[in-house]
Structure formats: structure tokens, C-alpha cells
Design a protein around this ligand. Structure first.
Ligand code: FE2
Ligand code: FE2
Length: 247
């Protein structure tokens, strides 16, 4: 069995440092890895990234993250990535990593993702150059996430994104903003590989549970949704389930 702790949208700045740490100190007893689904910071500055690294770095388990849209706000995502990498945190962007856990190989492929909407209510690659660029970005990221997922050799495969791959986990958000919260192309990418679990954030007012059209369990782990420091999901066990861990 592999136990994955997951959270997203922790939005760390100076005033947040210390809020998660007590629960994180107990994490190694409860989970084998920590995955964080983007929006690590408020405005994507290197200083905020240092605060995030202080809060989430130096744990006894591997920490794997993707960036979110907030982590791009200052156009310093490269510097943010370097701060995190220097702190021993693995940052995925259309890439993958494999962790050896309890004799099993846990594969994680991750990407920030992008918006675009879902079947019947989505942007299309047609018309103005700006619209083609928007949808082109969506499709490019989803295509590269799919390639990353399909190329991992592992016993259990997890997809980690910031944007949502399905609309079910957006329930609670205004319908009008669904196209800015995720896109169906991410769901297709997840379904193109033997993915066991898909984790995302971004939708602070959404719902925890959903499923891709291909049947992959999807969990929105945005902190305002799960309302605790992290949820724990079990892989290579009977069910993918969450075990409540007090924040
Ligand atoms: Fe967020
Ligand atoms: Fe976000």
C-alpha cells in the first residue's frame, strides 16, 4: 500500500508560516509522500517561495508539487521553481518522477494545466488569434501531460495538476467561471494512461470527489475544500479513499 498526503492552494506568505507545520510534523507517520496541487504562494514571488519552502520543506517524506496560476502572477515562476528545488522539493511541469515506496514504484506526472471549459461549454480553437492561442495553450499542456503520464514506468500512477480535469469537482463554484477553472483536455490526458488517481486544486469553492469519463477517481484537494492540512489517499489497496487527518 502507498499512502499519499495531498493538499493544494496553501497560498503561503509570511503570515501563513507555522500554520501547517504542526500537522506536517506528524505526516511521516501517516503518509509516504506529500503532493501539493499548486497555488503554493499568493503572488509567486521568490520571497513567498522561501516561506513555502520553510513551511513544507525538510520533511521526512518526499514532497512533489506543481505550480498554480498564483505562482505565475509575478512572472518569476522560474525563480520560484529554483527556490523550491534548492529546498529539496520536486517541481513537475509536464514532467514526471518516480518514488520508491514500500517496495513499490509510485509514478507522478504533473502539470499546472490551464482553463478552457468542459464538454458542451468550452472554448474552441477557432476565430481570433488570441482565442487560438488560449486554446492552443490548453491543448499543448494537456498533450504534454498525457505524454508524461504514458511514459512513466511504475506500479501506481498519479496525475497532479492545479486546474481541474473534470467539472464534478467544481460543484459549488459559479457555472460561469468553470472555463477558467479547468478543461476537458486534462481529463482526456489522464484517461490516456493507466492513472490510478488524479489530484487537483484551484477551485476553492468546489467539491472533493469526481471521476474522469474513463473512470479515474479525481480529488479536488484545495485547502478550502478539504478544510485540513492534507488528506491521505491509499493506492494499491482495495479502494482510493480519504482518511481524515486533523489540521
Ligand atoms: Fe488557489
Ligand atoms: Fe489557482
Amino acid at each position: 500500500m502507498i499512502r499519499i498526503a495531498a493538499v493544494g492552494d496553501v497560498h503561503v506568505d509570511k503570515d501563513v508560516v507555522g500554520r501547517y507545520r504542526p500537522a506536517l510534523e506528524q505526516l511521516p507517520d501517516r503518509a509516504d509522500a506529500l503532493l501539493i496541487a499548486g497555488d503554493l504562494t499568493r503572488h509567486g514571488t521568490p520571497d513567498e517561495a522561501k516561506c513555502f519552502a520553510t513551511e513544507f520543506g525538510g520533511l521526512a517524506v518526499p514532497v512533489v508539487v506543481v505550480l498554480g496560476n498564483h505562482d505565475h502572477q509575478s512572472d518569476q515562476q522560474q525563480q520560484v521553481t529554483e527556490v523550491l528545488t534548492d529546498a529539496g522539493i520536486t517541481v513537475l511541469e509536464c514532467s514526471s518522477t518516480v518514488l520508491e515506496i514500500n517496495g513499490h514504484r509510485l509514478g507522478i506526472a504533473g502539470a499546472k494545466g490551464f482553463g478552457g471549459g468542459f464538454a458542451g461549454a468550452c472554448a474552441s480553437n477557432f476565430g481570433e488569434r488570441e482565442m487560438k492561442d488560449f486554446v492552443g495553450t490548453t491543448e499543448d499542456i494537456a498533450d504534454r501531460l498525457g505524454e508524461s503520464l504514458r511514459s512513466v514506468r511504475c506500479d501506481a500512477l498519479v496525475a497532479l495538476t492545479h486546474y481541474a480535469p473534470v467539472p464534478e469537482t467544481l460543484a459549488g463554484e459559479p457555472l460561469e467561471i468553470y472555463p477558467f477553472l479547468g478543461c476537458y483536455q486534462l481529463g482526456n490526458a489522464i484517461d490516456s494512461a493507466p492513472t490510478a488517481l488524479a489530484l487537483h486544486g484551484h477551485a476553492h469553492h468546489g467539491s472533493e470527489r469526481g471521476r474522469t469519463p474513463g473512470g479515474v477517481p479525481v480529488r479536488n484537494v484545495a485547502h478550502p475544500v478539504i478544510k485540513q492540512a492534507y488528506n491521505v489517499y491509499q493506492l494499491l489497496s482495495e479502494t482510493v479513499d480519504s482518511q481524515l487527518v486533523p489540521a
